[in-house]
Design a binder for this molecule. Sequence first.
Ligand code: CA
Length: 690
Amino acid sequence: MTSALGKALGGLVLALALASCDSSQTADAEWSMHGLDEMAQRFADIEQIDTSNVERLGLVFSHDLGTDRGQEATPIMVGGVLYLVSAYDVVQAVDATSGELLWEYDPQVRAASARGCCGPVSRGVAVDDGKVFVGALDGRLIALDAQSGTPVWEVQTIDQSDPLAENYTITGAPRVVGDLVLIGNGGAEFGARGFVTAYHADSGEQAWRFYTVPGEPGVPDNAASDSAMDMAADTWAGEWWKYGGGGTAWDAIEYDPELGLVYIGVGNGSPWNHQMRSDGKGDNLFLSSIVAVDAKTGEYRWHFQTTPAESWDYTATQNIILADLEIDGKLRKVLMQAPKNGFFYVLDRETGEFISGKPFVNVTWATGLDPKTGRPIEAPSARYYRTGEPSFQFPSSGGGHNWPPMAFSPDTGLVYIPAQDVGMPYAAADEEQVIGAYTSGVAMDGGGAMTKEQRDELYARMKGYLIAWDPVKQEQVWRVNQVAPFNGGVLATAGGLVFAGNTARELVAYDAANGEELWSFDAQTAVIAPPISYAIDGVQYIAVLSGWGGGWPLTGGVMALQAGKSVGPNRLLVFALDGEQTLPAFTPPEAPRRAIVSARPEDEAAIARGNKLYARYCLRCHGTGVVSAGAYPDLRASGVVPSEAFSAVVLGGALAPNGMPSFADKLTSGQLNDIRSFIEARSFEDLAQE
Ligand code: CA
């Protein structure tokens, strides 16, 4: 008997066993779109697994993804097939009941893997009408045949004549909107200008493009958003286009077929620092906004700006949920978002009118929202570039909520938010920004703006939560404390359950009514991707991709190690009632112990210069304070750093095939020596001597 047949029979036996012990009929149910359906609520209306039996939930199969680079994607399940996208945008089709690999497509993006802020991750594919659509890290949008995985068409969404083209990325999931497929991009920290493009799903021909921020005045954009750009340009000053302006739409794009609108969540400014970006003038539309455009033409309809004159990386790209809620006795068509800035928003999705907004985490940059307009009432300290003093504030650039999606249960009326309290000091950068390096206009020197006491206090106050939020009353109903911040996306089900992963290497089921933990599974690595649920042949399944990745384990340093070593083998994990599979044993790698030098380098000025250069060029992969959380080598223990090979790697590109690019066009050998001194000093400070 082949193992595939054995698995299939095993699945059948399981299905029969379940059918005999569960009298309720469970209809087949797919997970066909990124947020499940057009309301994007991530609420699976399947109730076989419920609060009374979830303790019987077990692994049915696991599928090894062959990487430890991190998983953020929502799988799509249609026609009995799970469509996954793993690190480096490798797409796989897997039988949804047996785990058998049907096909794999690798777009070969490893050469581009150091682009962007947050690792070679993807948040999902779209599947429609026999095609699978995937965005590649290097800016391509690719359509694959859903049966075979063979490419059908491919377009480069980034203008390759743009000198900043290599600073753009795609990490978001494409969305199918009628007969169009939509995709945005990332890269606002590196000088990108945001836009969303619609392509004809059958041919890849461009239908429309909506720019989210204005370009250089007088240069025609040849885009449907030109008239909206005239309006937006009035809210900008200075020479913002040299920095791209930002506003990248790297995640939330939701289609509302009833109203014929597409809602775009727009990202932060490039650079963050409003003084540097726009002479400190104007609201800078459409940064940090939700923009509604006509789904067929891409023409502007309305916008709501969450954070005018954005200066803190407070993107409004976080997932958008549509719902019909009774508010003040009237049924309102609303959309809901919990963006990075820490306020939970309910908007009228027909008009963009602000209905309500309240902080769902600790917010210190603003004291509240104007009850009529929703405009933030900023704290006097918030605009660090004006006061000349660091503003130590919550949330940080990581946000009160980031990309891991929240979910809404119409049964409980609650939104379940993977939220966190993480603060940081914002101080204006005192040096010229280098476009194409990390261009924030904020001093990213690894906490140099803080005393050690302040830093320790900051770390101690970092918390992660799963919050149940009443969107009508705008208040918290319950809250679960996580071990650390930056936990997984959420699934709600009709079984009265909420599923969410965490950085403590678990997938957990909670009672949706009160947050009681009812079940958990040791996944051997952090689970940050959102679970999904589907039903086939009378069996309800819960599926999730496990694997730690994204920005936090890269940049977070010692902060990201709060939950322990969370890097491990990445997998597709699929569960059902009475599943009995187990994972192979796994021992996490040991922490670095031995310093690479026997004495601290003597040139303190070189160490200080190296700190700044490290913050600009190295920190976003190798970690704050040169502490790796496991995703990339810990340079404090790297024998390469004090050796001749350091130059060959950093300037010569010797490890480019592994994803470590050459910095020859950015760094001189003198600057490289400064970086070496800084890393050696950190190594000597932290690690043992021999
Ligand atoms: Ca950003």
